[in-house]
Design a protein around this ligand. Structure first.
Ligand SMILES: *Cc1c(COP(=O)(O)O)cnc(C)c1O
Length: 373
């Protein structure tokens, strides 16, 4: 059994994907082919934003967004402590200082009350200028943008939605990647919508940000390619990846999102009451990038992982180290007393296989094996 079975997905979509790729090969339009434009238009429509720009990966997407807010030295960027490293790496790379904020235990996402505390603390400290909030849609569930937006507005801070894992999720019918002033996603193969290599995208309703990111993504281009008006990057999604994504987006919309939700529902039916299963708040929709249990202790987690491994059931720990415990951030002031939920989660979370091609039998087998341990 695979943790995320990309091969099964490819076999299900093989004819369509192969013919899409062949078309790109025969036209030899490898960079900036028509598929790239077609994809960004479809992505914007799906997410309900005015603009979408595809780029090289989800990390670059965050960097492009941060550049729009002039994030740099002396600035504080508020980042959830429990996330993938790129959410914190990108503001640090711009020279800004990350202020890590604790998460809500049951949703794994940024805690808006603690965000406000951290903003207030930063202001009263007077050393850094609060500049932006990065909120992450961890494991497929949008963060609570209703509450986060209130804090953002109160302190005049823009929100970057890191929707790398959140594509497809929703709040009250409004889709993920539309909640930030700029939102980002990743098409890394294991994400809910993945390509066959690296890829990413940024989303916004703001034309100035969009235009700036279009320039930044192509070496800071001005009116044409060899007119360079700022220092930028080489961050494009190539045509083959766009072609793959066009087919995968179709499958995602037509049945993969629903299949992920059916599987999650079944897991919760079978495991609820015996395990702490993921909480999806009322009106929220998840694309189930991961199905993550909270166990009682690290020892219990090791025992369960080893027992499942013997039954050929792979599991993963996302994430074993919160941001504030990363060596790369060891120079930051110690706020560990305020990051206890994320510390606890790092010791106790366990993600079990989740992808839209898991069979009902596999789901039952995984749940039964967990209940037997
Ligand atoms: C995967 C991921 C990223 C980075 O995406 P890449 O395409 O791998 O660069 C950023 N943030 C989060 C939360 C992620 O899960």
């Amino acid at each position: 059994m695979q943790f995320i079975d990309l091969q099964k997905q490819y076999l299900a979509l093989k004819d369509k994907i192969d013919s899409r790729i062949e078309k790109v090969l025969s036209k030899a339009n490898f960079i900036g082919g028509e598929e790239v434009g077609e994809l960004s238009a479809k992505l914007a429509k799906y997410c309900g934003t005015e603009y979408c720009l595809t780029c090289a990966n989800g990390t670059d997407a965050l960097t492009l967004a941060l550049r729009c807010f002039n994030v740099g030295r002396g600035d504080a960027v508020f980042v959830p402590d429990f996330t993938f490293f790129a959410s914190a790496e990108t503001p640090a790379l711009e020279g800004a200082t990350c202020v890590f904020v604790d998460v809500e235990e049951r949703t794994f996402n940024l805690d808006a009350d603690k965000l406000e505390e951290a903003v207030k603390e930063t202001i009263s400290d007077g050393k850094l200028t609060p500049k932006a909030i990065i909120a992450v849609d961890l494991f497929g569930l949008p963060a609570n943008y209703i509450k986060i937006r209130k804090v953002a507005d109160k302190y005049g801070l823009p929100i970057i939605e890191d929707g790398a894992q959140g594509f497809g999720g929703s709040i009250g019918g409004k889709k993920a990647c539309s909640f930030g002033d700029i939102s980002t996603t990743s098409f890394f193969p294991a994400k809910p919508l993945g390509c066959y290599g690296d890829g990413g995208a940024v989303f916004t309703d703001n034309k100035d940000y969009y235009d700036l990111m279009c320039s930044l993504a192509v070496h800071g281009k001005g009116t044409f390619k060899y007119d360079n008006v700022r220092i930028g990057y080489n961050s494009r999604l190539d045509t083959v990846q766009a072609a793959v994504l066009l087919e995968k987006l179709d499958a995602f919309e037509k049945y993969e999102y629903a299949a992920r939700n059916d599987i999650a529902k079944r897991y919760t039916q079978l495991l609820g009451g015996k395990f702490v299963t993921p909480l999806i708040p009322e009106n929220f929709g998840s694309s189930w990038a991961q199905y993550t249990l909270i166990l009682n202790s690290g020892e219990e987690r090791t025992h369960i992982q080893e027992s499942l491994k013997k039954k050929n059931i792979p599991t993963m720990v996302y994430y074993p180290k919160p941001m504030h415990k990363q060596t790369a951030f060891s120079d930051l002031p110690d706020r560990s007393g305020k990051l206890q939920v994320s510390s606890k989660l790092s010791d106790t979370v366990l993600s079990i296989p989740m992808h839209p091609y898991l069979t009902a039998e596999e789901v039952e087998y995984i749940a039964k094996s967990l209940l037997e341990i």
